[in-house]
Ligand binder design. Structure first.
Ligand code: NAD
Length: 436
């Protein structure tokens, strides 16, 4: 059988407008990353268009009755980007800036991430454009349940398994699991991960993403000859990912010298007291006003802070062509998804900054989500030590494989991770063939 050649360009009229490069935003960044890896995919490149089109996009209206009796409508999404290697898997984001472009990009990165660390999932993502801080607990629950019912037609333990992301947590997962189960008529704990332990959640899941950032951070630092003890670390975003990663780095003797969140930026050259900062955030919702640090008013100064390691752990497209020149870190660990634009990637590469890309650095969360899903299916639960050991081993192996390929092919860790992942996804696609 002869191998058909790669079409040089798919005719423009067959590309839905929302899939276009010109459609700026995170999806454009994702498409650019796929374009960059395509020349490395050999004969599998003929399938690459698969990665540039989500398999399924669902947009839902989420109406709720507010506490004051008025009716509010929110726009929700669930995108199943690819299911060649297994069910869709990816978080749900509640944030006022959620767009379809963002959810599509995040779903594409999930496909790449799950393949990069070789867990048997495709990629998916969901979200609602809402500031959850403006809702009462009752309103939040009603919105979560209605959204779950609306996307219930495409999710399921063997179809697509949501998890927490920005603005969602284990309580939201509990409501999602309960709503789906009520609609099905039986308890389906495997429909979401990141659940409370009492509902089939996994030990170690809450910390897993931050722990994964720390594990790959230690590995990458040792390759650079950088000691963690005494290393100066700055962190953008101090939530589930950034807060836990910062604590683990501080426990290992690093100095957390700067933290930025949605409200403010705090710095302390001798190192912040991470536990005290965490307590302040729990009490006030932000790093703003933390007594144990100086506050800087110009947010952009965060990027120029003197440090060895930078952990972006907030939102996408934070490191851009505008601020990449100012970054002084030797090592960047992408806790967030898509924090670096392709232009900034090039600038940092030229400056000799090592970037451990999101699809490896923050894969600890989905890895322990996978462990949770397996435990739910077998109704047999592992110890936290066992989970952390397996997580650490899997993250180290994933980084080592990507590192070796990056050396062999003389490409960045991001390109190497995309080569490993896209090859796995497209091999599965090719082996399965097209139906009908
Ligand atoms: P979170 O909601 O727990 O925390 C988000 C943090 O980012 C908060 O500290 C918030 O103040 C800060 N933030 C929000 N907007 C900001 C802005 N404009 N500038 C600076 N800081 C800002 O969210 P999380 O779960 O920690 O997720 C953070 C990132 O990590 C996201 O990109 C998410 O997709 C990614 N991620 C999360 C997980 C997970 O398991 N939670 C897994 C993989 C990747």
């Amino acid at each position: 059988m002869s191998t058909p050649s790669v079409p040089s360009q798919v005719p423009h009229h067959v590309i839905p407008s929302y899939l276009n490069h010109d459609n700026l935003g995170p999806w454009g960044v994702y498409l650019e990353q796929i374009d960059r890896v395509t020349p490395h995919l050999g004969s599998l490149a003929r399938w690459v268009e698969t990665l540039k089109r989500p398999k399924r996009v669902l947009i839902v209206d989420v109406p709720i009755e507010r506490d004051d009796g008025s009716i509010a409508h929110f726009e929700g999404y669930r995108v199943q980007h690819n299911t060649s290697r297994g069910p869709g898997k990816g978080g749900v984001r509640f944030h006022q800036d959620v767009t379809l472009s963002e959810v599509m990009a995040l779903s594409g990165w999930m496909t790449v991430k799950n393949a990069a660390v070789n867990v048997p999932y495709g990629g998916a993502k969901g979200g609602i454009r809402v500031d959850p801080k403006t809702l009462s607990r009752g309103e939040l629950q009603r919105m979560t349940r209605r959204y779950t019912s609306e996307i219930g037609i495409i999710i399921g333990p063997n179809k697509d398994i949501p998890a927490p992301d920005v603005g969602t947590d284990s309580q939201i997962m509990a409501w999602m699991m309960d709503t789906y189960s009520m609609n099905q008529g039986s308890t389906a704990s495997g429909v979401v991960t990141g659940k409370p332990i009492s509902l089939g959640g996994s030990l170690g899941r809450n910390e897993a993403t931050g722990r994964g950032v720390f594990v790959v951070g230690c590995e990458a630092a040792s390759k650079l000859g950088l000691e963690i003890k005494g290393a100066r670390v700055i962190v953008q975003g101090f939530g589930n990912v950034g807060g836990i990663a910062a604590r683990l780095f501080a426990d290992a003797g690093a100095l957390i010298v700067g933290v930025q969140d949605h409200k403010s930026t705090v710095v302390r050259s001798s190192g912040l007291d991470v536990a005290a900062l965490q307590a302040h955030i729990t009490a006030t919702g932000s790093v703003a006003g933390f007594a144990g640090a100086d506050e800087i008013s110009d947010r952009s100064q965060f990027w120029g802070l003197d440090c060895d390691i930078l952990v972006p752990a907030a939102l996408e497209q934070q490191i851009t062509a505008e601020n990449a020149h100012r970054i002084r870190a030797k090592l960047i660990l992408e806790g967030a998804n898509g924090p670096t634009t392709p232009e900034a990637d090039d600038i940092l590469h030229d400056k000799g900054v090592l970037i451990v890309p999101d699809v490896i650095a923050n894969a600890g969360g989905v890895t322990v989500s996978y462990f949770e899903w397996v435990q739910d299916f077998s109704s047999f639960f592992w110890s936290e030590d066992e989970i952390n050991l397996r997580l650490t081993r899997l993250m180290r192996e994933a980084l080592a494989a990507v590192w070796q390929l990056s050396v062999e092919k003389k490409v960045s860790l991001r390109t190497a991770a995309f080569i490993v992942a896209c090859t796995r996804v497209l091999e599965a696609r090719e082996m399965r063939g097209l139906y009908p």
